[in-house]
Ligand binder design. Structure first.
Ligand SMILES: [Zn+2]
Length: 120
């Protein structure tokens, strides 16, 4: 699927598009903002902007990964991206504690390509 980004994502140079396309070349590819940021040498915010455009075009399916302070290296839950934050109290999938403040939680985004995408 060719995605004409036009005036969106104005920071995307041809080199960045090529780098991004390498990450999107097949359905089922998992992409996360920090991985895009490292591979392309762009900011995390720019990486999130790319995912938001892909999500808006329904080319990826994204999840908001939820991490609890009991084990910050492993997601304790996930909800569809774009639906806001989890409702509190939220029950941790790892320690099963009931969490009633966002202060104990961290979030990240994980997207999965639904089709091969070529940004042009
Ligand atoms: Zn927990």
């Amino acid at each position: 699927m060719r995605l004409v980004i036009g005036h969106r994502l104005a920071f995307m140079t041809e080199i960045l598009k090529r780098g991004m396309n390498a990450l999107l070349r097949a359905p089922g590819e998992e992409i996360m903002p920090h991985v895009i940021a490292i591979k392309l040498g762009i900011s995390r915010a720019e990486s999130l902007a790319i995912i938001a455009v892909l999500e808006a075009e329904e080319l990826v399916e994204s999840k908001l990964l939820i991490y609890h302070e009991c084990e910050l290296g492993v997601p304790a839950g996930a909800i569809p991206f774009g639906k806001g934050f989890p409702q509190l109290p939220w029950t941790c999938g790892l320690c099963e504690r009931s969490v009633d403040t966002y202060d104990e939680l961290r979030f990240d985004v994980q997207a999965r390509t639904l089709v091969a995408v070529e940004m042009v």
